[in-house]
Design a protein around this ligand. Structure first.
Ligand code: ATP
Ligand code: MG
Length: 171
């Protein structure tokens, strides 16, 4: 399905903004998170399976919240290169030790068992994100500094000549 990716990503982040707001209404002790969006102004039309891609992004967003125990800003970016769109999600959380960076996308892999046991989860989230993104011709990777935060990236193939709007105009 050809999707306006800016709208699609905004819609996902709106849902997380609502979740954060609801948690605050339920408990004043809930951590403060701010989602910041830095998107290209250009509309990017991308061929994706929206349900599966939503799941891939949700898993990364859920981690950004879960592994940022002190709250902070989650910065979401969307840019395009000639052939790819790249979205990134940056948190100010625990970070990931260098030796674990490659492994976090493996099924059931969790950094520091003690810390993650408390958090709950199966260790499947990122492996699902990777599978979904790669099935749609893209890539996922991560950059991180321990105790400073992490940035997860998703790239997806993009053909700038495909524009939902222009196609309508030719009718
Ligand atoms: P699940 O997603 O299945 O509930 P999970 O979050 O443990 O469980 P993944 O999402 O696959 O599993 O993440 C794997 C591991 O990578 C996590 O256990 C955590 O140690 C580490 N990790 C993932 N995202 C972050 C992040 N944003 N900051 C710090 N560590 C992270
Ligand atoms: Mg997870």
């Amino acid at each position: 399905e050809l999707v306006n990716f800016n709208e699609f990503f905004n819609f996902i982040l709106d849902r997380f903004d609502m979740l954060i707001k609801n948690n605050h209404e339920k408990s004043t002790k809930a951590k403060k998170y701010t989602i910041k969006r830095i998107f290209t102004k250009k509309d990017l039309w991308v061929e994706i399976d929206p349900d599966k891609m939503t799941q891939a992004i949700d898993n990364i967003m859920n981690n950004a919240l879960k592994y940022s125990p002190d709250g902070g800003t989650i910065t979401c970016r969307l840019i395009d290169t000639q052939r790819y769109i790249i979205l990134s999600i940056t948190d100010q959380g625990l970070g990931i030790p260098r030796k674990d960076l490659k492994k976090v996308f493996d099924r059931f892999y969790r950094v520091d068992k003690a810390r993650s046991r408390k958090q709950g989860g199966t260790g499947l989230g990122l492996s699902i994100s990777k599978e979904v993104v790669e099935a749609q011709g893209g890539h996922v990777w991560v950059n991180s500094m321990e105790n400073q935060g992490s940035t997860f990236y998703i790239s997806l193939p993009y053909d700038p000549s495909e524009t939902g709007g222009d196609w309508d105009a030719t009718l």
